[in-house]
Design a protein around this ligand. Structure first.
Ligand SMILES: [Zn+2]
Length: 267
């Protein structure tokens, strides 16, 4: 019994120090301008899709919704999977190729949040090496988070503050991109401002926004796209999508939502 309590406490400890502050939820509705912009782009993409149907990226969903009523993605293992407040991972999803990327983290232990899926981990090693060449020393803050950890974390906050309020600062289980094993929060190697808005205008943040796409990563919640992603600007949260997509997004200034032509995420 004592062992079980200790295990629960340990999970809670990990969860809390993994941080749930990422993913501050936009409670406001998308502005008319943002909606029109996306509608316009949708129209444009529809026109394009008539001649290039097979090239048009689309979100693939399973026939059943999850218990929160959200569509569940049918391709959770794809490196280009879309996971956000509108598209969830299957409840039982766990990546099968998690590894420990060979890069410095702000902590020493080999724990869950030090892991990433293999393709993301190998690309992250190259990204860190590239940053170092430019005099930017990065460190990992928080990578993979299991569905169980996210559930414990969310339920804990919901118990304390109520579900509505918890949703303002913590992603629903299944909708945190950290559960894909393709996303990681990074900081400067001194850990200053790690995963806080103060990081957003540091030289490390500037380097990431300029160069992440060269390594197959995107700054997933960029500045000015809050109404589309549903997240405040998080310069520290990078997501692996592979070089082909990261470069396309960088070229057009798109978020992953815009790439897939989904409606803006508002809650
Ligand atoms: Zn994050």
């Amino acid at each position: 019994m004592r062992l079980i309590s200790s295990a629960v406490l340990f999970i809670l400890f990990l969860a809390i120090f993994s941080g749930c502050s990422f993913g501050i939820i936009q409670s406001s509705q998308p502005s008319e301008k943002a909606v029109k912009k996306v509608q316009k782009e949708n129209t444009h993409s529809n026109q394009k899709s008539e001649s290039q149907t097979e090239d048009t990226p689309s979100v693939k969903v399973a026939s059943q919704k999850n218990e929160d009523g959200l569509p569940v993605v049918a391709n959770p293992d794809s490196v280009s999977v879309l996971v956000n407040k509108q598209y969830a991972l299957p409840d039982n999803y766990a990546p099968k190729d998690l590894v420990y990327p060979n890069v410095p983290f702000l902590f020493q232990n080999k724990i869950e949040k030090r892991q990433l899926r293999k393709p993301a981990a190998r690309a992250l090693e190259k990204l860190f090496a590239g940053a170092k060449k430019d005099g930017i020393n990065l460190a990992g803050v928080s990578g993979y988070r299991s569905h169980v950890t996210q559930t414990v974390l969310f339920n804990n906050y919901a118990k304390k503050d109520g579900k509505e309020k918890a949703l303002m600062y913590c992603a629903l289980p299944g909708t945190s991109e950290h559960e894909t094993g393709l996303s990681i929060d990074v900081s400067g190697s001194d850990g200053k401002y790690a995963a806080t808005t103060a990081f957003n205008h540091t030289k490390e943040a500037e380097w990431l926004s300029k160069h992440a796409s060269d390594y197959g990563f995107i700054v997933r919640y960029p500045e000015g796209k809050e109404k589309i992603t549903g997240y405040e600007f998080e310069a520290w949260h990078i997501r692996y999508v592979g070089v082909a997509i990261s470069k396309e997004l960088a070229k057009h200034g798109w978020t992953l939502e815009e790439y897939y032509h989904t409606v803006p995420v508002s809650k």
